[in-house]
Ligand binder design. Sequence first.
Ligand code: ADP
Ligand code: MG
Length: 259
Amino acid sequence: MITVKGLQLSFGSGSQSHQVLHDVGFSVGEGEVFGLVGESGSGKSTVLRCLAGLHRHWEGEIRIGGQALGHKLTRERCRLMQMVFQDPYGSLHPRHTIDMALSEPLKIHKMDRQDERVAQMLAKVGLNESFRYRYPHQLSGGQRQRVAIARALILEPRILLLDEPTSALDVSVQAEILNLLAELREREGLTYILVTHDLGVVVHLCDRLAVMQQGRIVDTLPSEQLSNGGATHPYTRTLIDATRNYSRVLERPQQFASP
Ligand code: ADP
Ligand code: MG
């Protein structure tokens, strides 16, 4: 469904030019959850931002369903693909109620049944009606991230680009949000690209993953290889070994416990 080939991106110009993505390529099947992992600064968010249309000066090829993607953020692209950011507080306007946050994209895209869509979307992300007219500061971190996910899904996109969607949250809430994302993917038949530095998250949620290092994809593998010893690339092994020190999930894959 998504094919990325030879993706390159530099910031700055002339002698200040700094290449951040080098020949990045991967493909994601329809309904797949594809993980993008790697240390901080390796270019994960930049890849998502190219896909989301937030950077316009990339080179290479991005295809969605066979169709080449241009550099501009078009209406069709917004309907197809939405991004969820790490910090749900930063991505919601502090003086807009949840109702306003969810209604705005519907107004822009002149969608029908706006009132009904907002109510249904809130229910889908597990928030009851009492949340509708609250402001972001009246919500917990997990509830805000539920709203951010609702806002991303309100136009019924086929693809979600998730940039560290749980890393700003408490550990107990992380599991809740990851379970919600898994459930929504299953129910709505969505395709995800999930950026995370947490290999435990990848094991639970992703079918396959790519490992990035300094702007390059150095390894692509099925996520079960993270836990069954099948990963052979030295850098991937380094990431797994670093994770082992603080996490047991790689040794014991299991469903996240619901709180
Ligand atoms: P990651 O998400 O893997 O932590 P990023 O994609 O955010 O990494 O960043 C990759 C590299 O690109 C970093 O060196 C970062 O400093 C640089 N970078 C990201 N965005 C910009 C920007 N808008 N201008 C200049 N450099 C940037
Ligand atoms: Mg990032």
